[in-house]
Design a protein around this ligand. Sequence first.
Ligand code: GLN
Length: 208
Amino acid sequence: MRVGVLALQGTFIEHIDILRQLGTEAPPVRLPRELDTLDGLIIPGGESTTMLRLMDSFGLVQPIKNMARNGLPIWGTCAGMILLVKDVSNYEMETLELMNAKVRRNAFGSQVDSFEVDLEIPVVGEEPFHAVFIRAPVIEEARPSVEILSRLPDGTIVAIRQDRLLACAFHPEFTDDLRFHDYFLNMVRQELSHDPRNEVLRGSRLGS
Ligand code: GLN
């Protein structure tokens, strides 16, 4: 299984480390041709507008959109989440427009711009998940096709899934808890096992 990590900016080294600990090949991705043989992709945390600008210069925006539409599992953490959703409520910016949700950037303001909290995330298990939020966005609106995976104690949505797309407002790559990465790898595994033609499918994702 090969899960690429977009390596233009941000927390890609941390993601790569964890994927390798979990025994997954984790190539850094900077060029469109490096998307070619992937079974999944992670868009890390960082600065979403900078990352988008770099994705644009490296010619990655359209290929990633095409691959997502053809079923490639993608997970965005923090800035990566902002790039996955259709709408950003408080900032004029483009995104990949793949998930039916609206986010608010830097939603906690400068007073509490970073914090850690134990979250209930039933899909990763009963034990609370220690989550690190850094200048984090929140999900303001999750439309019906989107499953809510976790909320802060006040009800704010902080993790969602839409079919093969996964997004969270915090940074599982900054903790030793590997369960969220494991959850994404299971999504990737499931996608691979669903289609007996996955070799063909993989090859065709870039082209269409
Ligand atoms: N505030 C950043 C943004 O809007 C996201 C921060 C992060 O990824 N930790 O892009």
